[in-house]
Write a protein that binds this ligand. Structure first.
Ligand code: F6P
Length: 550
């Protein structure tokens, strides 16, 4: 079974949405709120520890109805079933897409090629648990018999961003291990990390689904050379104590010299950018302990169940996805901001950039035809309140429409309500300000109060007006915990899936990253041999400059 191919713009719902947009493009949220006292009651969702208020959007009941019709017309219901059941929905790579299986209950049965994958998943989970406990308890030691103090995750893209984001997000739950991440092939990155390490007490986790990625292999080689340097008195045998790998490619891992017992397998039906739930999350488990890692999986599993079973009008991922389609495809919004009101989620936007943009940055439909409508949204963001002091000016008064998700927590982890109430008052104030704006009359009233002269007031007035009407979703969660983090990440994963289904694209391949990799390999040969071959004049000019000056 494969996902069907329906050009969304040819559906009845899309045509109706286009007509509806003509009415709504001039709608003002302020008026919509005035007209309907029950608006927020209609446009909010509650589930577990999550509340999503999406009433501050340029929508009415009809908008929602038509978006839901669109979801029905493109066959979202059956697509969700295929996704969870392990159908080959990643058709260009001929693979199922089953990161959801990684967090399924042990009693579940999910077949890939007729084999239930749950027992293998639990086998690997048990291996992660045992290894984590051995490292954190000090039972597993380095080559001089000392317990590990540091863990270095070596990987890139999905083999880095997910664990790095989650370890940062769950810092409050962290144990004594110092965790480092090396991703960039930039030698300065790895040398900066190496400076901080003691080989006797450092564990290296090499994470690469393919084990062919240039950045990860180069970094791993550099670390191995450093580890085996004469000064440390290490031998080849010590590698087994200090290096473990997470990969699907057993052959390449063994060629690298890693003991097969130290390999944590993963499967080709786990996409890199959705892999933190697999053994790719080993570093998360090491950092916060296995029980917390398991809670993280549990939170994602609960969101999976919500997504799979809730009616679309009560469904959080479906609602966020449809609203995003509304702005992207009808209002022409180019990007979306993600503003978490917690410093812990500072890596959420970079993480979801890969999830969203690698998945849905496509321009060919599932029928192989070039598509004639916008897909993949651009995701960006920073934690509030820092973001307010950086780019909020543009969101409030710039020329672009930037729908934004505000993510906040009711309870602060250290219980510091002096700070938290200040933080959260900003959280609430911003969405209100973005929606309401400030009218000329309000600005004038302020001038009058301040006794500003008529001339000055006349000059300043246009600069001080805020049009408002800027859409936001408020995602208010009880507390940042491994479980709620798992649910939050799964919420966005499913949003990505829904959008891919509606846009009629394959969300789970990433051919677009290949061309640059290929060219980089041939340019590296040219740099090594100092022979610049045929390039466009700009690239040749730059390469010559580099070679002459290096
Ligand atoms: O950048 C492309 C990509 O294939 C990502 O999708 C993936 O997460 C990353 O490279 C790393 O790949 P690997 O885990 O195989 O080293």
């Amino acid at each position: 079974m494969a996902l069907n191919t329906i050009n969304p713009t040819e559906t009845n719902a899309w045509k109706k949405l286009e007509m509806h947009y003509n009415e709504m493009q001039k709608a003002s949220m302020q008026e919509l709120f005035q007209l309907d006292a029950t608006r927020t009651e209609k446009f909010n969702l509650k589930w577990n520890d999550f509340l999503i208020d999406y009433s501050k959007n340029i929508i009415n009941q009809e908008t929602l109805q038509l978006l839901l019709e669109l979801a029905d017309e493109v066959g979202l219901k059956s697509a969700i079933a295929e996704y969870f059941d392990g159908a080959i929905i990643n058709q260009t790579e001929n693979r199922a897409v089953l990161h959801t299986a990684l967090r399924a209950q042990e009693s579940a049965v999910i077949n890939v090629d007729g084999n239930n994958v749950i027992p293998e998943i639990y086998e690997v989970k048990n291996k992660i648990k045992k290894f984590t406990n051995e490292v954190t308890s000090g039972e597993r030691m380095g080559y001089t018999g000392k317990p590990f103090t540091d863990v270095v995750n070596i990987g890139i893209g999905g083999s880095d961003l997910g664990p790095a984001m989650a370890v940062e997000a769950l810092q409050f739950y962290k144990n004594h291990l110092n965790v480092h991440f090396v991703s960039n092939v930039d030698g300065d990155h790895i040398n900066e990390i190496i400076k901080k390490l003691n080989p006797e007490t450092t564990l290296f986790v090499i994470v690469s689904k393919t084990f062919t990625t240039q950045e990860t292999l180069t970094n791993s080689e550099t670390i191995r050379k450093w580890f085996l340097s004469r000064d440390f008195g290490t031998t080849q045998e010590d590698i087994a104590k200090h290096f473990v790998a997470v990969s699907t490619n057993m052959q390449k891992v063994t060629e690298f010299g890693i003991n097969p017992n130290n390999v944590f397998p993963m499967w080709d039906w786990v996409g890199g950018r959705f892999s933190l739930w697999s053994a790719v999350g080993l570093t998360i488990s090491l950092a916060v302990g296995y029980d917390n890692f398991d809670e993280f999986l549990q939170g994602a599993n609960e969101m999976d169940e919500h997504f799979r079973t809730a009616n679309f009008d009560q469904n959080m991922p479906v609602t966020l996805a449809l609203l995003s389609i509304w702005y992207n495809n009808f209002f022409g919004a180019e990007s979306e901001a993600l503003i978490p009101y917690t410093q812990y989620l500072q890596k959420l936007a970079p993480y979801l950039q890969q999830g969203t943009m690698e998945s849905n940055g496509k321009s060919v439909g599932r029928d192989g035809k070039t598509i004639n409508y916008q897909t993949g949204t651009i995701i960006w963001g920073e934690p509030g309140t820092n973001a307010q002091h950086a780019f909020f000016q543009l969101i409030h008064q710039g020329t672009k429409l930037i729908p934004a998700d505000f993510i906040g927590f009711v309870t602060p982890l250290y219980g510091d309500y002096d700070h938290h109430d200040k933080l959260m008052s900003n959280f609430f104030a911003q969405t209100e300000a973005l929606m309401h704006g400030k009218t000329e009359a309000q600005v004038q009233a302020e001038f009058d109060k301040q006794g500003i002269s008529e001339d000055k007031a006349k000059f300043l007035l246009p600069f001080k007006v805020f049009t408002g009407n800027k859409p936001t979703n408020t995602i208010l969660i009880q507390k940042l915990s491994p479980k709620t983090l798992g649910s939050l990440i799964a919420l966005y994963e499913h949003k990505i899936f829904v959008q891919g289904v509606i846009w009629n694209i394959f969300s789970f391949d990433q051919w677009g990253v290949e061309l640059g990799k290929q060219l980089a390999n041939s340019i590296l040969d040219e740099i090594n041999t100092k022979t610049i071959k045929s390039h466009d004049s700009s690239t040749a000019f730059l390469l010559n400059h580099f070679l002459m000056n290096k």
